[in-house]
Design a binder for this molecule. Sequence first.
Ligand SMILES: [Fe+2]
Length: 309
Amino acid sequence: MAASAGTLARSAAAVLGAGALAGAATAAYAHFIELNNFTIRTETLPVLPAGSPDFKVLHISDMHMIPGQRPKRDFMHSLAELKPDLVINTGDNLSHISGLPALLDALDPLLDFPGVYVPGSNCYFAPVAKNPARYLWKKNTGDEANQETRAPLPTQDMHDAFDARGWLGLINRYDTLTLKGLRLEFSGVDDPHLDYDRHPGFSPTAFERQPAPSLRLGICHAPYLRTLNRFVADGAQAIFAGHTHGGQVCLPGGRALVSNCDLPPERAKGVSLQGNIPVQVSAGLGTSRFAQVRLFCPPEAVLVTLTAP
Ligand SMILES: [Fe+2]
């Protein structure tokens, strides 16, 4: 028997209603639950010279701090219990022109540890409102890089505060640190997403002079392929980057649809290889304040243990 027009209309309304309800529930979960479901991912990179003791790197990225983010602040404080040998901060620290006090409060315990940092675009310019879904179809959100549409952030004050606590800025420069008997050679670049990157290479002489075990690390915010290739060509033995947010809104299982740069989306989070050099990409700890959702991609800090082979 054919259904009446009224029955069909009621069925369609029920289906649409259920779909809308499921969509609303997913959006609510992505905003209210997963956004604050902070996790610690662990990785092991066998990149140290033979006989070296393990070395713990805490990799943080993309905090996008705005005032009032208490759960994120409490999580950041808890990370000090990991007692890292080194903190690597790969940028995008702010998402609000008034976010600096909250950022420095959240980072306060970690600033007691040796650290290095590079900036991302969200260390220079405040975000602008836009349709958050465009993150899913724009490979490279070009207008993010257009500083003329974005308010400046207190970049220098932030970097001065980091420097005052002993963190090393690697803004188109190389530097070295010796920690736990390990000589670390860094090469860092300003944000490739803004085309601010100018590769400094690695210290040309310090490496050879030192008898201590040593390791060359490339540090950047956005892991564009040109950046990774240049680090590899310069002699990096491992690379750390952020920027991708791990895809931020992913398919079940965490499969990323985008990386927000030319890195293949399947490399948007975790350790992958560029040539035979490991690249550790953080999914980040935050989001733009205008796109505060995460799905199948929880915010993370990454504890990377460097070991001998
Ligand atoms: Fe970011």
